[in-house]
Design a protein around this ligand. Structure first.
Ligand code: KG4
Ligand code: ZN
Length: 362
């Protein structure tokens, strides 16, 4: 089954065709992040306008690319509208957040229109849970259940217990800022460009890590020892701000500051993931979300859980961690619940959306 995924929750306009939830036939992304880099953060109104400009060309390219790479392939076929339509069995769209309402509406209304015109089933997808399906788009063996999921992004940071496809139980998450948001805000304080995660990771990689006997401890790790699966990152941001007021950043101190910030965020995420694994004893541990692209997080998690008996560790390929439409299509394949096009609406709160679309426990 070929599913056309459409994702427009934030500043990426993305479309992809995925076969049977695991094989990527095409993956097209247009991003307005360069525009937001100038202002140091996303301007929702501008992001929505950029979505409108990109959505049709991005979908057309995703379909054309998938025709080229699939068994349908035949040069003449590309661009023939009827064949393009035949080639798509269903449409999946991000209809649940987190996301910006103006951006999300562009994808949702486009998908509903295509569903109506092409007479194709349409599956609404909640972005927060869909990120996890980047772990099904690798060549590796597929994750087994039950799984503990750490999903960390610009708009969310949660630990979920996944008992089967589409069934998620929220067991913990951030009390304030998301991990990606913290990277973005701290990068701004350091004068680094948006998005802040990759900027901080790049600077941190230039810092020579001290020996394990003298770890990086400049900034606090709020809640790291609390007996739950929650995080708090807003105190870290304040602490960075106070430190920079007394000791302004310069060229030589920048890599150390970046490494210290990255380490504080990563340590909190790792500690609560380990706590969740010890309590729930899952078969798999899955990392997901844009922050999953962070190499230090991948490395520290792998080290921290390597001694857990019979635990499979899954991480998505780095390019599939950040927003794209492949995991939207994959989610829809494994949780195939089409709805009438006119009953689908954009809901920015992921948990409200999950209740509306019926895929969260508790
Ligand atoms: O999942 P995503 O693309 O969008 C949301 O759903 O929010 O995640 C974007 C977030 C941004 O905050 C960005 O700074 C962060 O992911 N990010 C990273 C890295 N790459 C992206 N954070 C840390 N290290 C990275 N390499
Ligand atoms: Zn995302």
């Amino acid at each position: 089954m070929n599913i056309l995924g459409i994702e427009t929750s934030c500043d990426e306009t993305a479309a992809a065709v995925v076969k049977d939830g695991t094989k990527i036939l095409s993956n097209v992304i247009a991003s307005s992040s360069e525009m937001h880099a100038k202002t140091g953060g996303i301007m929702p109104e501008q992001a929505a306008r950029a979505q409108i400009q990109s959505i049709i060309p991005v979908i057309e390219k995703a379909i054309a690319d998938s025709l080229q790479s699939s068994a349908f392939s035949n040069k003449k076929a590309v661009g023939q509208r009827q064949l393009a339509v035949d080639h798509v069995d269903a449409i999946a769209v991000t209809a649940g957040g987190p996301g910006l309402i103006g951006s999300m509406l562009v994808g949702v209304e486009t998908a509903k229109t295509l569903s109506y015109l092409w007479k194709k089933p349409i599956v609404p997808v909640v972005h927060l849970f869909a990120h996890v399906y980047a772990n099904w788009l690798t060549e590796n063996s597929k994750p087994k259940f039950p799984a503990i999921v750490l999903t960390v992004s610009g708009g969310h940071s949660d630990i979920l217990l996944m008992s089967k496809h589409g069934k998620f139980e929220w067991i913990g998450g951030t009390r304030d800022d998301a991990a990606g948001e913290t990277f973005d805000k701290c990068a701004r304080l350091l004068g680094l460009p948006y998005p802040g995660g990759p900027s901080i990771a790049k600077e941190a990689a230039r810092f020579q890590l001290p020996s394990s006997s003298s770890p990086l401890k400049l900034f606090p790790r709020p809640m790291i020892d609390s007996d739950n699966f929650d995080f708090s990152f807003s105190g870290l941001k304040t602490s960075v701000l106070n430190r920079l007021t007394d000791n302004p950043v310069n060229k030589s101190s920048l890599p150390k500051y970046a490494a210290e910030i990255q380490e504080a965020i990563v340590d909190s995420l790792v500690a609560k993931s380990v706590r969740a694994i010890e309590k729930y004893k899952p078969i798999s541990f899955l990392l997901a979300g844009g922050v999953a692209a962070n190499n230090r997080l991948r490395e520290k998690l792998r080290t921290a859980i390597q001694n857990q008996k019979d635990l499979e560790f899954h991480v998505p390929p780095i390019p599939l961690c950040t927003d794209n439409a492949t995991f939207i299509a994959s989610y829809a394949f494994f949780n195939y619940t089409p709805m009438l096009w006119n009953s689908i609406r954009a809901i920015t709160d992921p948990f409200e959306a999950a209740v509306f679309y019926g895929n969260i426990k508790g």
